[in-house]
Design a protein around this ligand. Structure first.
Ligand code: 5GP
Length: 196
């Protein structure tokens, strides 16, 4: 997705060979116009997958998920990372090791929002080692529902998450795929025939 790539090049900061900071438009300040386009692109890529719900992880997954769900005409559920006083009963949970925080979080979703008949699109901001997406997929499985696909705003293709998820049979659609962050420079993986 050309607009997203330009935004990454113009406003992203390479923190190390493995970490990209995008707090100017996605992870802290949010660019609503970009999110509208991101949502449209996810909706286009999953338009034939009969999506009934979008599932994401708080907080950075919420904005792109909202826009995709708006276009698909379905609700968004965000898994919580912290226990809430109002979220106590009938929880579906998974343990997720956080790539950026280097700690394991218990993520949870109230069982009442996921039905066995649901066809779920999982969306997240970044894909590194795939732990967040796998945790969300395991919650979908606990509900007896189906993961129809995984939408990622920025995939770091040099890490193993993309391969892991695709090898597990998931349809993964990433709007920007980064081949390398080496030397402080963002290099994208060029893809022929994918709408950008
Ligand atoms: P994974 O679970 O795939 O290893 O990592 C994905 C999660 O870690 C995402 O939810 C995202 O919050 C965070 N993450 C991974 N890599 C990066 C990165 O380079 N930059 C930022 N800002 N977040 C990242």
């Amino acid at each position: 997705m050309e607009l997203l790539q330009q935004k990454i090049l113009n406003e992203g900061t390479v923190l190390s060979d493995h970490v990209l900071k995008v707090d100017a438009f996605l992870n802290h300040q949010i660019d609503p116009q970009l999110m509208v386009e991101v949502g449209k692109e996810f909706a286009r890529r999953f338009e034939n997958d009969h999506i009934t719900k979008v599932l994401t992880l708080e907080s950075s997954g919420i904005a792109p998920s909202m826009m995709a769900a708006l276009d698909l005409g379905v609700p968004v559920i965000f898994a919580r990372k912290r226990k809430s006083l109002t979220l106590v009963n009938d929880l579906l949970t998974a343990s997720v090791y956080s790539f950026t925080k280097k700690e394991t979080n218990e993520i949870s979703v109230s069982q009442k929002f996921l039905e066995p008949t649901d066809n779920v699109l999982i969306i997240d901001d970044f894909l590194a080692n795939g732990q967040a997406a796998l945790g969300l997929a395991s919650i979908v499985e606990l509900a007896g529902a189906k993961t129809a696909g995984i939408g990622i705003v920025i995939e770091k293709s040099f890490q193993n998450g993309g391969k892991l998820l695709r090898d597990n049979g998931f349809k993964v659609e990433s709007l920007a795929r980064i081949q390398s962050l080496e030397g402080g420079k963002v290099t994208f993986l060029e893809e022929v025939g994918v709408g950008r």
